[in-house]
Ligand binder design. Sequence first.
Ligand code: FAD
Length: 482
Amino acid sequence: MARACYSLAHGKERPCFSEKGGPVQTDYLIVGAGASGLAFADALTAGTDVDVTLVDRRPAVGGHWRDAYSFVRLHTPSAFYGVSSMPLGEDRLDEEGFYERASGPELHRYFDAVAGRLVASGRTRILTGHEHLGAEAGAELIRDGRGGQRRITVRRKVVDARYLEASVPATHAPPFDVAPGATVTGIHQLPESVRTGARYTVIGAGKTAVDACTWLLSENVGPDRIRWIRPRDAWFHDRRDFQPLDQVGATMAGIALDAEAAAQATDLQEMLERLESGGRLLRIDPSAPADMYRAAMLSSGELEALREIDDVVRLGHVRRIEADRIRLERGEIPTDASVIHVDCTARGLNDAPARPVFQPGRIVLQQVRHNSPSFNAALIGHVESRGGEDTDNNRLCTSNPYPRSIRDWPRMCAATWRVEHRWASDRELATWVAGTRLNLLAALPKHAHTPVVRDAVQRYVTNVGAAIGRLDAMPHPPSERQ
Ligand SMILES: Cc1cc2nc3c(=O)[nH]c(=O)nc-3n(C[C@H](O)[C@H](O)[C@H](O)COP(=O)(O)OP(=O)(O)OC[C@H]3O[C@@H](n4cnc5c(N)ncnc54)[C@H](O)[C@@H]3O)c2cc1C
């Protein structure tokens, strides 16, 4: 039988199948040992004594965080990220008064420790550097780093924990041409590329571009030396509204505002105006129409700094970078060899369409409650640990695809509120949801007596039913109003 193969101390792979090893059997084969695969395995094994095998083609667990740029951080607090059974960080407050957010190296250490704990249970093995190739003749085919193939017989289910695999700068190719003589750098190469006096052109409108600009500004690159190509403008959340523990009141107040705005607005445009005027949604430039929405977060300090960058190019997507010009969809702008072009166009979140989470012999991990990837994977793991019928489990774990545009906001919020209502009427699940550290709202009962929480819960309860009905029927505004 295969042995544990993940070393807690170094996060390094050790051989886990004996070279002569015979056929391997397991109850669950989890494909992908990123945050989702690990959170699922942690929750599943907490409630059962099943045998689990995780495989990942990367050399270590943690998924895309292993290839992230050196200055990456979570954009949500560590307090509700990771796996249910192991805290991440110490719930310290940062200089802006928000709960701490883990850096890349902290995440690596954390996921190594999670892997070590899973393996130490004796019921889980983790095969890093192994790629799942698919099913063949009743077994799952795995290729190891040396090109050898193994067959794994799965007694219960194959868990697809890479359906929403992230696309990150290190593993993505620019979606535009780069002519000979022109140079483009990825955000992960930015620290080595920084030169005194250089100018920068940051390409992309999402969280990666925000990180690149914020990092440059923090390195004392003046805003006048940054040009920002934003093919479309984005909506962001205020980090203040996604705080757990003692700041859960602000989070609940934000959710109450969502429900109120949805229940009362006649269309998406009016709802956005309400949410923006309430500070729930932010634009870097409130005078520019925004459409993109990837649920990314900013603090007011970051927003203020980003607003200092005046040179914003809105000529659509970049088509080609040449030595002396950048060609875009709707025009061209000059450039030269002194400019460092930073490609921040990796899509990050995966836009895969909705699939049933529970299928015969298979589980496909997806978003259920919006903006909560760790929670969702653990939720699905916990529901699986209880057994039950796929139909019932799918009602508790409804696929809720990641948003691309703010026009996805109504669909996404309605799906979350509907499924949360179902959790509440399942006593065992409601207890699990209330108790897991991955639940952003876990501290609500503790603060239920405070006026801010009482008022927010009341406003939410009053409005959520009407909000779901209104969001389901909401006509989308014409794109020029975005
Ligand atoms: C830059 C960035 C920042 C983010 N920040 C946050 C945040 O602050 N808070 C938050 O809640 N969410 C955040 N997210 C969302 C993020 O997607 C999740 O937090 C989470 O890390 C995703 O993990 P995952 O396991 O679903 O995907 P991944 O990390 O992509 O892991 C999937 C794994 O599957 C493996 N794999 C794929 N195919 C195969 C195969 N055939 N065989 C074997 N292995 C395979 C891959 O190697 C990979 O390691 C962020 C996303 C990005 C891209």
